[in-house]
Design a protein around this ligand. Structure first.
Ligand code: SF4
Length: 386
């Protein structure tokens, strides 16, 4: 299976979705916005003003931009569109985690998860509607892949979340969020072009200005695009490893048959390491499957020589997927075995388990592929007006 097998076969340009060929203001870098504003006969500073409304303040519509001339706004409304996701649901966990469902312009539902901690406020962002990679322990995989998200839809998850957090008193505006992880629905590198554009916008100084040290892209192992991400962006890389032999990983993550562990680790070794860019290896501990001391020993030797941090994630059981959570003693023994080999390893606290917002649990509840379809807790709704 080639790289493209994991993404939509049809072209999915950031600026021109099938039903509306007009450029999406939400996905235009400042230079392109400047060109558009200039073509409308306006002075250059208007582009910067517009960009700040779009990317720093997260304006939901042109109507909010009260300091821009009406004729310019009128022309922009005629010649362009503005992606703004509709909040279709919101669930709050007892631990403070919030899961949002967003409705796209064509009626698809996607999710983002907010993870507050004392020293950071992180958003877990989706990059595709569903996923084609097919990891057997993952709920998103049961949906299959509907389509890639556009750059505007990726960026707007962050904009809507920031706005909502201010409304909820979770932080001061315009940007309560401090960290982004691209670990939501989808394989981010299978939607590389839109991901790259979204990262450029989110890191831009005139926009939300996220620090590259606080942005992490996670991959299941799309080897050909890992080097490109490293060369073209300054963000951090996480690799969802989850197994220590090819036989084991083939069974859990079909992408391994195309890019086996040796190739994946070679790509990790070659990943351009800038200051502080350690690779995070995510390892979901599945009870009785990959949680033995033998697995821990193999894992330690696999990552030898790679500046690495190991995140151990005790599996959250999903009805219908057939995997069990690991025993707490097995988790502790696994961690101890790694630490004894001088590796940096942590057990990641499971967040938002009561609202199905934890790792591997993102899927549209009640959707066609959702094993929890019967008796699932509905998301709150309908959406409140933005
Ligand atoms: S774990 Fe990630 S890559 Fe694998 S199926 Fe789920 S969303 Fe896709």
């Amino acid at each position: 299976m080639g790289v493209d097998a994991y993404s939509t076969p049809a072209p999915d340009p950031a600026h021109a979705p099938a039903r509306d060929e007009r450029p999406d203001l939400r996905a235009l870098p400042l230079e392109l916005l400047a060109g558009l504003v200039k073509s409308l006969g306006e002075r250059p500073f208007r582009a910067r003003q517009l960009y700040r409304w779009l990317q720093r303040k997260g304006a939901a519509s042109l109507d909010e931009m009260t300091d821009l001339p009406r004729p310019l706004l009128h022309e922009l409304a005629r010649r362009s569109r503005l992606t703004t996701l509709e909040r279709a649901g919101e669930q709050r966990s007892l631990d403070g985690t919030i899961k949002w469902a967003w409705r796209t312009g064509d009626g698809k539902l996607i999710e983002s998860v907010y993870l507050p901690e004392p020293d950071r406020k992180t958003l877990c962002v989706s990059t595709q509607v569903g996923c084609a990679v097919g990891c057997t322990f993952c709920l998103t995989a049961t949906m299959g892949l509907a389509r890639n998200l556009t750059a505007g839809e990726i960026v707007d998850q962050v904009q809507r979340a920031n706005r909502r957090l201010v409304e909820l008193g979770e932080g001061a505006g315009p940007r309560p969020l401090t960290n982004l992880v691209f670990m939501g629905m989808g394989e981010p590198l299978a939607n590389y072009r839109n991901l790259k554009l979204a990262l450029d916008l989110l890191l831009s100084g005139e926009g939300p200005n996220f620090s590259h040290r606080h942005v992490t892209v996670s991959t299941s192992g799309l080897v050909p695009l890992m080097g490109r991400l490293g060369a073209e962006t300054p963000v951090k890389l996480a690799v969802s490893l989850n197994a220590t032999t090819d036989a084991q990983r083939d069974a859990l993550m079909p992408i391994n048959r195309r890019y086996p562990i040796a190739q994946l680790l070679e790509a990790c070794r070659a990943f351009p390491s800038r200051t502080g860019r350690r690779i995070t290896f995510e390892y979901v501990l599945l009870g009785g499957v990959n949680d033995t001391l033998e697995d821990a020993r193999r894992l330690a030797s696999l990552v030898t020589g790679i500046p690495a941090k190991l995140n151990l994630i005790p599996y959250n059981e999903n009805p219908g997927l057939g995997f069990a959570a690991p025993a707490p003693e097995a988790v502790q023994a696994f961690l101890d075995a790694l630490v004894a080999r001088n590796l940096t390893a942590v057990v990641r606290k499971s967040r938002g388990r009561d609202i199905s917002a934890a790792c591997g649990q993102l899927a549209r509840e009640g959707g066609p592929g959702d094993p929890r379809r019967k008796g699932a807790t509905a998301l709150t709704g309908p959406a409140e007006p933005r």
